[in-house]
Design a protein around this ligand. Structure first.
Ligand code: AP5
Ligand code: MG
Length: 209
C-alpha cells in the first residue's frame, strides 16, 4: 500500500502516520523529519536547509525529490510506504509519478484556528523525535519524553511568524495537489478536527474500504 499524506501544517499527519506505521507495519517517511535529522547531524544537506526550515519556506524541489528518491530506493519501501509531507508542490507530485505508483492520497483537513493551536503547543523530543502537545497530548512529566526520557523542545518553525508563513506556503503551493489527486481518482478526505484516536480510526477505516 503506497500512501501519501497531504494536509496543512499541524493537521496531525505525523501523529497519524506514526500510528498507522505501527499498526500496519509499513515505513513512515517524513521529509520534514529527514531534513531535521540532517540539521541535527550537521550534514551538508542540513547546513543547506536549516534557514529554510526555520522560516517555514519550502526546500527546493530538486533537493527534496532527490532525498525521497534515495529513500524509496531502499528495500523496506518495496511493498508499502507512507509519504508524510511529500509531495508539497506540483513538480514534486509529477516527479513522484515517475518514481512509483500510489494507491491513496489521504487529505487531512482542519480549520486554521485549530492548526495554530496545535502547532503553538507542540513539543518534540530532542532525542527520539516523539511528538507531544502541552494540552492535547501532554507528557507525564512536563518537558520530558515519556518513551526515552529525552528533553522536549519547541520547533523553531512553530514560532508565530513561521506558522503564519507555513500556512501561506501551504495554501499557495500544496493545496492545489488535492485537485491533482482527486483527478487521478485516488484521493480520500479525512476530517482531522477530532481527537487523535478519532482521526486514526477514520483513517484506518478509509484505508480498509
Ligand atoms: P514538516 O515537518 O512536514 O512540517 P509540516 O507539514 O509543516 O507539518 P507538521 O509536521 O508541522 O504537522 P503535522 O501535520 O505532522 O502535525 P503533527 O502530527 O506534528 O516540514 C517542515 C519543513 O520541512 C517545511 O516547512 C519545509 O521547510 C521542509 N519540507 C518538508 N517537506 C518538504 C517538501 N516536500 N518540500 C519542500 N520542503 C519540505 O501534530 C501537530 C501537533 O498537534 C502536535 O503537538 C500533536 O500532538 C497535536 N495533534 C495531532 N493530532 C491532533 C488531534 N487530532 N487533536 C489534537 N492535537 C493533535
Ligand atoms: Mg509532521
Amino acid at each position: 500500500m503506497n500512501l501519501v499524506f497531504l494536509g496543512p501544517p499541524g493537521a496531525g499527519k505525523g501523529t497519524v502516520a506514526v500510528k498507522i506505521s505501527e499498526e500496519l507495519g509499513i515505513p513512515h517517511i517524513s521529509t520534514g523529519d529527514l531534513f531535521r535529522k540532517a540539521i541535527k547531524d550537521q550534514t551538508e544537506l542540513g547546513k543547506k536547509v536549516k534557514s529554510i526550515l526555520d522560516s517555514g519556506e519550502l526546500v527546493p524541489d530538486d533537493v527534496t525529490v532527490a532525498l525521497v528518491q534515495e529513500r524509496l530506493n531502499q528495500d523496506d519501501t518495496k511493498k508499502a510506504f507512507i509519504l508524510d509531507g511529500f509531495p508539497r508542490t506540483s513538480p514534486q507530485a509529477e516527479a513522484l509519478d515517475t518514481i512509483t505508483d500510489l494507491d491513496t492520497a489521504v487529505n487531512f483537513s482542519v480549520a486554521d484556528e485549530v492548526l495554530i493551536d496545535r502547532l503553538s503547543g507542540r513539543r518534540v523530543c530532542k532525542n527520539c523525535g516523539a511528538t507531544y502537545h502541552v494540552k492535547f497530548a501532554a507528557p507525564i512529566k512536563e518537558g520530558i519524553c515519556d518513551s526515552c526520557g529525552g528533553k522536549l523542545y519547541t520547533r523553531q518553525d512553530d514560532a508565530p511568524e513561521a506558522i503564519k508563513n507555513r500556512l501561506e506556503v501551504y495554501y499557495r503551493q500544496t493545496q492545489p495537489l488535492i485537485d491533482y489527486y482527486q483527478k487521478k481518482g485516488i484521493k480520500t478526505d479525512i476530517d482531522a478536527a477530532g481527537s487523535p484516536d478519532q482521526v486514526l480510526t477514520a483513517t484506518l477505516k478509509a484505508l480498509r474500504a
